[in-house]
Design a protein around this ligand. Structure first.
Ligand code: 5GP
Length: 290
C-alpha cells in the first residue's frame, strides 16, 4: 500500500469538518431509529443517496432498532453472513433483501392501506401530530420534496427531500408527484411511487400537506380521507406563528395572512378535528384509519 496522500492544512480541516458532520448525521438518524420514528426500510432507502448514512455500520443500525439488542444483532449478522465491521454501503443486494424480510411486519393484510391527508393552517401543529403518528407505527408518513432551504433542525431525507428548482421541474415533467403546490414562495410535492408502494404493502399512509395539495389528492384518489386540523382559537394560532424562531418577520407576516385564507377551507374536508390535545388528535386519526 502506498503512503497516505499528503493533505494541506485546509484540506485536512475540511476533511475533519466533513467527518464531524457525518458523525452528527449518523447520531441523529440513530436517535430517530431508537424513537421508532425511522424503520430499517427507511434507513436502507436513505443510505442510497446519503453518504453519511451509507457509512453507518450495520451493527449500529441493528442495535438502534427497538427490541434488537447486541445478542440479536450478532445472531442476525451471523445468519446473514454480514461481517462485524460491515457498513450499510457494503451490504449486498441479497443481504439487504434478507434484512428487510427479517423486519417486515407480519401483520400486513391483503387489503391496501388507507390514505389519510392531514391539512390545516400553518402553525396549527400538523407536523407534531405527524411525527407522533410516525412514532406510533400506525402510519407510514410520507416525506415530501421541497425547494425550501432546510432549517437547522431538519434532516434531508427525513423531514424533507431538499431539492433544487431544476430537480423539482424535472419531477413534475416526469409525473413523479401525486400532488404538488406552491406555498410561501417554495414548492412542495408528494412522491407518488413511495406512497403507492406503502399503500400496496398494506400500510396506512399519512400525508401532511397544505390545502391545495389535499384537494389534488382527493381528485386523483377519491378514497383518500381528508382531515382538516383546526386551532382551538385564532389567537392561539397567531401566538404559535409569532413564536416560531425559524422564520423571519416578513415570512411570519406572510404565513399569518396565508393561515387566515387557509382556515376558510375547512368545509371541503371530510373531517375537521380541533387540535386541543395532540394525543386526542392522534387517537382520532388512528381510529379513522382502522
Ligand atoms: P413548512 O415549510 O413549514 O415545512 O411547510 C409549509 C407547508 O407546506 C405546510 O402547510 C406543509 O403541510 C406543506 N407541505 C409539506 N409538504 C407538502 C407536500 O408535499 N405537498 C403540499 N401540497 N404541501 C406540503
Amino acid at each position: 500500500m502506498g503512503a497516505p496522500p499528503q493533505l494541506t492544512p485546509e484540506q485536512r480541516s475540511a476533511a475533519l469538518l466533513k467527518a464531524a458532520a457525518s458523525r452528527k448525521r449518523r447520531a441523529e438518524v440513530k436517535n430517530r431509529i431508537k424513537s421508532s420514528e425511522l424503520t430499517i426500510d427507511h434507513v436502507l432507502e436513505l443510505a442510497q443517496n446519503d453518504e453519511a448514512v451509507a457509512k453507518m455500520r450495520v451493527r449500529e443500525l441493528l442495535e438502534a432498532l427497538s427490541g434488537v439488542g447486541k445478542v440479536r444483532a450478532n445472531a442476525l449478522m451471523e445468519k446473514l453472513n454480514i461481517s462485524a465491521t460491515r457498513r450499510i454501503a457494503g451490504l449486498g443486494r441479497h443481504q439487504i433483501k434478507e434484512l428487510r424480510n427479517e423486519f417486515m411486519k407480519t401483520t400486513h393484510a391483503a387489503r391496501p392501506g388507507k390514505l389519510l391527508v392531514l391539512s390545516g393552517p400553518g402553525g396549527v401543529g400538523k407536523s407534531t401530530v405527524a411525527s407522533q403518528l410516525r412514532k406510533s407505527g400506525d402510519f407510514w408518513v410520507s416525506v415530501s420534496a421541497t425547494t425550501r432551504a432546510s432549517r437547522s433542525n431538519e434532516l434531508n431525507g427525513i423531514d424533507y427531500y431538499f431539492i433544487s428548482d431544476e430537480e423539482f421541474d424535472r419531477r413534475i415533467k416526469h409525473d413523479e408527484f401525486l400532488e404538488w403546490a406552491e406555498f410561501a414562495g417554495n414548492r412542495y410535492g408528494t412522491p407518488s411511487a413511495e406512497v403507492q408502494d406503502a399503500l400496496n404493502r398494506g400500510e396506512n399512509v399519512l400525508l401532511e400537506i397544505e390545502i391545495d395539495g389535499a384537494k389534488q389528492v382527493k381528485s386523483h384518489l377519491p378514497a383518500a380521507v381528508l382531515v382538516f386540523l383546526e386551532p382551538p382559537s385564532w389567537e392561539e394560532l397567531v401566538a404559535r406563528l409569532e413564536g416560531r424562531g425559524t422564520d423571519g418577520p416578513d415570512r411570519r407576516a406572510h404565513r399569518l395572512q396565508l393561515a387566515q385564507e387557509e382556515l376558510a377551507a375547512a368545509s371541503f374536508f371530510d373531517h375537521v378535528i380541533v387540535n386541543d390535545s395532540v394525543e386526542r388528535v392522534v387517537a382520532q386519526l388512528v381510529s379513522l384509519a382502522s
